[in-house]
Ligand binder design. Structure first.
Ligand SMILES: [Zn+2]
Length: 457
């Protein structure tokens, strides 16, 4: 069995029972973490083991990106000045309609590789540009080829309806296509890439469609994730009806949720719904303030997603930092309003933000027993940060270093399921330049195609 022993590193396990080590060792055997402690002595078995000098390094669990539309990677930055309404019109009703399967494939592959490069080991790929099974299979192929652990959330496209066609809000999630995926490429429920549903939900569909989709997810024991917010709801009062029907509970994931009224938010939390905040995009596109603080006040934590590389950067450390800073800012403003002065203490410690992008992501996926912390028995998904780098040195509080100061430049190594995906600051991937050229070609063609149709991209 392949063994890797990381020696003498700073360790942030994100497991309360194990805690942190100022100097400690992590042992990986096969695809799992087998030990985390101050010092591991392997005795006679040492010859078969790869030793990694962790001096001056911080080891953390692999990050979990809870929400990203990876299919938009070839359009990086293209939508940076669009509000949500422009995004609906120009991306979903526009650019999305000219994607071919090969565009989905190369975007998903390189978007996922960049996630690994940035320290993400589990990606929730919220893929809602699947007009044909070929598009879907192309996305899944891109994820598998990247080597990332992924939850592929299968969704449906949102074009303007052609004459005689129903509006997307009236189209139930395609049952047959989901079953095809479960019988074929995503049959292994413990595989590296697993399936979930990216449904419309009552904010974007009729009540009948929402009922159908919630039931489908329950029948197939799949997570159902949906956007909530952005303009008026398609089905006002839809959530109350879904709750009455007993369809809302663990396994339901809400993305954004900025405008959820307090009473409904309370009920959802009681029922075990999870929440994914995409802080930077919510602020940029006009969703409203992230609900991070409203969740924390109610005793639950958010997960964090990137959402759109067509708008912003894919680095999850930045997203967590934005979520933390934004909420501290709101809390500080509130305190100043009440007392007229600066609060005496901060409301959210930095460790919270690291929870959001590790163990909370695992919990959202129902996989907290498998990923999200450096715990013996869990899958060996981890990140090594070079804390000797100029921007991180000296380290007083490793958690603060990770949350407040670490950037992509400091991510020295990434391991997924016991296999190195990045070493010495470099992704271990073949022919990256060729793949990048394909991505560039795809981006150029998408924009040209939409322009040729006489529609402003
Ligand atoms: Zn989204």
């Amino acid at each position: 069995m392949r063994r890797t022993l990381i020696k003498s590193a700073m360790i942030i396990s994100m497991d309360g029972a194990i805690g942190d080590f100022r100097t400690g060792d992590v042992l990986v055997e096969g695809n799992r973490i087998s030990d985390v402690r101050a010092s591991i002595d392997l005795g006679s078995g040492a010859t078969e083991t790869e030793f990694v000098d962790g001096t001056g390094r911080i080891v953390i669990p692999g990050l979990i990106n809870a929400h990203m539309h990876t299919w938009q990677t070839a359009l990086r930055g293209y939508a940076a000045n669009w509000t949500l309404l422009e995004y609906f019109r120009r991306m979903h009703a526009g650019l999305a309609t000219v994607f071919r399967p090969e565009d989905i494939y190369i975007a998903t592959l390189l978007g996922a590789l960049n996630q690994i490069n940035c320290g993400t080991t589990t990606l929730v790929d919220w893929c809602h540009n699947n007009p044909t099974p070929d598009h879907t299979d192309a996305a899944v192929r891109g994820l598998i080829e990247s080597g990332i652990r992924a939850a592929f959330f299968h969704g449906s496209p949102k074009p303007e309806p052609k004459p005689g066609e129903p509006h997307f809000s009236e189209v139930p999630h395609p049952h047959g296509e989901v079953k095809r995926l479960l019988a074929g490429p995503l049959a292994d429920r413990n595989g590296l890439v697993t399936l979930g549903l990216a449904i419309l939900g009552p904010h974007y569909s009729t009540l009948d469609v929402a009922m159908h989709d919630f039931r489908l997810a329950r029948e197939l024991k799949l997570i159902a994730s949906m956007h909530q917010g952005g303009g008026p709801a398609k089905t006002p009062g839809g959530w109350e009806k879904l709750i009455e029907a007993g369809l809302v509970g663990a396994g339901i994931n809400i993305v954004h949720g900025n405008d959820l009224p307090d009473g409904l938010l309370d009920r959802m939390i009681d029922l075990g719904v999870s929440f994914s905040v995409t802080p930077e995009n919510e602020m940029i596109q006009g969703h409203g303030f992230p609900i991070t603080g409203r969740l924390l006040k109610r005793g639950v934590r958010p997960t964090i997603g990137i959402d759109l590389e067509s708008v912003l950067a894919g680095d999850l450390f930045s997203a967590a930092r934005v979520a933390l800073s934004m909420q501290r800012s709101l809390d500080n403003a509130e305190a100043r309003k009440e007392s007229g002065t600066i609060p005496t203490t901060t409301t959210i410690p930095v460790r919270e933000a690291l929870r959001w992008i590790t163990i909370e992501g695992a919990r959202m996926l129902g996989r907290e027993n498998q990923i999200g912390s450096l715990t013996p028995g869990k899958l060996a998904d981890l990140v090594i940060i070079n804390a000797s780098d100029l921007n991180l040195f000296p380290v007083h509080d490793p958690v603060a270093t990770v949350v407040m100061q670490t950037s992509l430049a400091n991510i020295e190594a990434v391991m997924i399921g016991g296999a190195w995906k990045k070493r010495n600051g470099r992704l271990l991937v073949e022919a990256l330049d060729t793949k990048k050229e394909l991505l560039a070609q795809s981006g150029r063609r998408l924009v040209q195609d939409i322009e040729r149709q006489g529609r402003a991209a």
